[in-house]
Design a protein around this ligand. Structure first.
Ligand code: E4P
Length: 268
């Protein structure tokens, strides 16, 4: 595959919400290739997982729509996976956990032609298994990985002066976000997460694995371009970050300047 076509395979955008109004608005920008949801999104946004909801979503975005089974059990992944998939067989992808239950369910659901999104992937090792199992999508949870690694790096640093692990754990939440200790651990954790995206992409590409990497758990609009740069096929983005990505005061100022000049053209 040429370098150009590899780049073209990166950087699709999904929206990480179940709110119809939000999906409708962002879809009008012509940038969406799919939709992801999870049980927490469904619960906090106060919507009901139903055939009607799924129909509304796919009418707006006729791409893959990930629906997550609210369970951690193989039998449930398969039972509800089949049910959810029937809501819109062309579009629905079943999200299953990245663990032994989810891997088994991926294999079973594949027998019925049901694609999976293997979710909550925290490590490269898990990504290798998810890719090998044949998940259509493999979802790396970017900021959750960063949080976990940052705590690990901070723990290593603190254990040089504090012997008791329980004390270290109790201190972690109170470390100031602008302290040198925190910033250093944060930088290392971000490098680690970026490297996990890159390694996963390289592994998939070099081993003929067709799974696409979705980077989720986005907490800042610049996470989107960072994930794309490191090899994400797709980034799934909460609506507010699309709004932030679209805006720059320089653009507004420039357009105002041009429009003012045009409005003043006959007044000289
Ligand atoms: C991805 O598919 C998930 O819905 C999502 O991005 C979860 O991340 P968060 O709960 O950390 O925001």
């Amino acid at each position: 595959m040429s370098e150009f076509s590899k780049i073209m395979e990166k950087g699709k955008l999904f929206i990480d919400t179940a709110m119809i109004e939000e999906i409708s608005e962002v879809a009008t920008w012509g940038i969406l290739s799919g939709v992801t949801t999870n049980p927490k999104i469904i619960a906090t946004q106060g919507v009901e997982m139903s055939p009607e909801l799924v129909k509304k979503i796919v009418d707006i975005v006729p791409g893959p729509v990930s629906l997550e089974v609210p369970s951690n059990d193989y039998e449930e992944f398969v039972r509800l996976g089949k049910l959810y998939h029937s809501y819109s067989p062309e579009h629905v992808v079943i999200k299953v956990a990245m663990n032994q239950q989810g891997l088994k369910a991926t294999k079973e659901l594949a027998k019925f032609g049901i694609p999976t999104n293997i979710t909550a992937v925290y490590t490269f090792d898990q990504a290798v298994l998810a890719g090998r199992a044949g998940g259509k999508f493999v979802s790396l949870f970017y900021n959750r990985i960063i949080d976990t690694k940052r705590d690990e790096f901070l723990t290593v640093q603190l254990s040089k002066t504090i012997a008791d692990k329980a004390v270290i754990l109790s201190i972690l939440p109170s470390i100031k976000k602008d302290s040198e200790l925190y910033l250093e651990a944060d930088k290392k954790a971000r490098d680690f997460a970026n490297n996990d995206i890159r390694r996963t992409r390289e592994f998939f590409d070099s081993h003929g694995i067709k799974s696409e990497i979705i980077v989720g758990s986005i907490r800042h609009y610049t996470d989107v371009s960072t994930a794309i740069e490191h090899g994400a096929h797709i980034v799934t983005v909460p609506t507010k970050f699309f709004t932030e990505m679209s805006f720059h005061p320089g653009t507004e100022k420039t357009i105002q300047e041009f429009n003012d000049a045009y409005a003043a053209r006959n007044k000289k």
